[in-house]
Write a protein that binds this ligand. Sequence first.
Ligand code: DC
Length: 230
Amino acid sequence: MPEKKIIIAIDGYSSSGKSSMAKALASKIGYRYIDSGAMYRSVTLWAMRKSIVKDGNVDIATLIASLPEINVDFRVMPDGKQHTLLNGEDVEELIRHLDVSSNVSQVSVIPEVRHKLVDLQQKLGDGKGIVMDGRDIGTTVFPNAEMKVFVTASAQTRAQRRLQELIDKGIPASYQEVLANVVQRDHIDETREESPLRKADDAEVLDNSVMSIEEQNKWLLDLYNRRINS
Ligand code: DC
């Protein structure tokens, strides 16, 4: 394994497959993987439980005042996978539910929420040797990352993938509601004022609409090898 450690930022649309490819690359090259979306989802779950967020409406002032009470962390569990912890509770599965997906964009637009999570993300990247995926990793969290990728695919392809993930996990959902959620989140993510979803100027674009998982993993590994040897 090369001595040089870098930061790898993988941004893109929801359900573009960026988490799977980021995870696969991290495990292949021995880097830590961080799912920044899981952090926004955890804050959203916390706020939903307190009824601070309901049906897409957020009590912004109360949420901001409550932020010091919310702690999000990651830990490798006995199943060998990294799980998300919300104040010590394993919420890895709960944060993937559609009700969290339906509220998370509204929570993610709040600048104070973003500042708190961006701080945490930057601390996690202190030692480099990290693959982080999200929406603003290459633009805001690690603007100096040595490798940046922007992943995209059609909304229909992404909705189909997310539906399959939900079905595999036994979480009930229909294609129409998943597609509506994907389209709505794209819109909110792209148009929010604070660090909107946008390709960094120096990011490589990957449209994986018609790529197999093996092809996209190889594309990513080849890019890493080029970066690490440059
Ligand atoms: O990647 P995901 O679908 O699990 O992300 C959930 C939501 O979190 C997404 O709708 C937008 C938000 N998010 C964000 O605003 N910034 C990030 N770096 C990661 C996610």
